[in-house]
Design a protein around this ligand. Structure first.
Ligand code: F6P
Length: 320
């Protein structure tokens, strides 16, 4: 039976991570557990930077962006010896289970720990929305709203100057941020892994939009195309002069949206309930729409999330 649990945030920070930690801490205490915060993700686990958390430790954290526990990327956690040292530190505190909040890399770490006998449950915290099995990851909604707000501002200036704005958004290998932003701002073109990059189609769409509008917007997912090179093509081959903007890390910051706070709260409770009421380990919590469920981490890591992006792309194309 679980008595002491650890909680950590790992990988790229996401708005709503604090709300998730708060939920884990509060619900664990309500169910009679001791909770320990592990600083800077797996790095803090390896270095033994662990402290007891109380109700008060998570007061007034809900609405803050970032993660007060800190986060890090630790590729070395793939090494057995690194994990063994981390597990030794968990044993020192008597921690029998860990809730890990993060993305793909965090899930892999949780799975590896589970295979070494530590009970783990992962919560999807990433702006990328790239975890299979869950409709939404914590942070996606806030990042999307940040991107939309930024593009709305860019539209003002591009309309005034009769320009085409090319905006690069994050998402790692997932097109969700790009496609949702593109729909929400009424963009002319969207470029992401799932839909590919077709220069001729872009030139055609932008040229067409120049007939009825005084601006055009292209949303490009990161790692897909050199946006400066694309701007050169658009400027040379369409009536619009093009300008580029990389939204970058601004998408990871800011107060979490109400939707992210609620999702984080629901997922934190589900993670703790799962640890207390079942023997499940190496699982993650997922937003299935109506309910928050659990799924083996392997399925989340190896699943394919392309279909919902392509569905959104159909909507995008209908509205253009
Ligand atoms: O996973 C979140 C994310 O912001 C991705 O969208 C992006 O590709 C990556 O992290 C950037 O990582 P780093 O913080 O290591 O630069």
């Amino acid at each position: 039976m679980v008595k002491k649990i650890g909680v950590l945030t790992s990988g790229g920070d996401a708005p709503g991570m604090n709300a998730a930690v708060r939920s884990v801490v509060r619900s664990a205490i309500a169910l009679g557990l001791e909770v320990y915060g592990i600083h800077d993700g797996y790095l803090g686990m390896y270095e033994g930077r662990i402290e007891r958390l109380y109700r008060k430790s998570v007061s007034e954290k809900m609405g803050h962006g970032g993660t007060f526990l800190g986060t890090a990327r630790l590729p070395e956690f793939a090494d057995q010896e690194v994990r063994e040292k981390a597990i030794e530190n968990l044993r020192i505190y008597g921690i029998d289970a860990v809730v890990t909040i993060g993305g793909d890399g965090t899930y892999r770490g949780a799975l590896a720990l589970s295979k070494m006998g530590i009970r783990t449950i992962a919560i999807p915290g990433t702006i990328d929305n790239d975890i299979a099995g869950t409709k939404f990851t914590i942070g996606f909604d806030t990042a999307l709203n940040t991107a939309v707000e930024a593009v709305d501002k860019l539209r003002d200036t591009s309309s005034s100057h009769r320009r085409c704005s090319i905006v690069e958004v994050m998402g790692r290998n997932c097109g969700d941020l790009a496609i949702w932003t593109a729909i929400a701002v009424g963009a002319e073109c969207v470029i992401c892994k799932e839909t590919g990059f077709n220069l001729e189609e872009i030139i055609e769409n932008v040229t067409k939009s120049a007939k009825s509008k005084n601006h055009a917007i292209i949303i490009a997912a990161e790692h897909m195309v050199d946006i400066n090179e694309l701007a050169r093509e658009v400027s040379e081959r369409t009536p619009f002069e093009a300008r580029t903007t990389v939204l970058g890390y601004i998408q990871r910051g800011g107060c979490p949206s109400a939707k992210d706070r609620v999702l984080a709260s629901e997922m934190g409770v589900k993670a703790v309930q799962t640890l207390v009421e079942t023997d499940e380990t190496g699982v993650c919590v997922c937003d299935e729409g109506e309910i928050i469920a659990t799924l083996p981490i392997e399925k989340a890591i190896n699943g394919d999330d392309t279909a919902p992006v392509l569905e959104k792309y159909k909507v995008f194309k209908m509205l253009w």
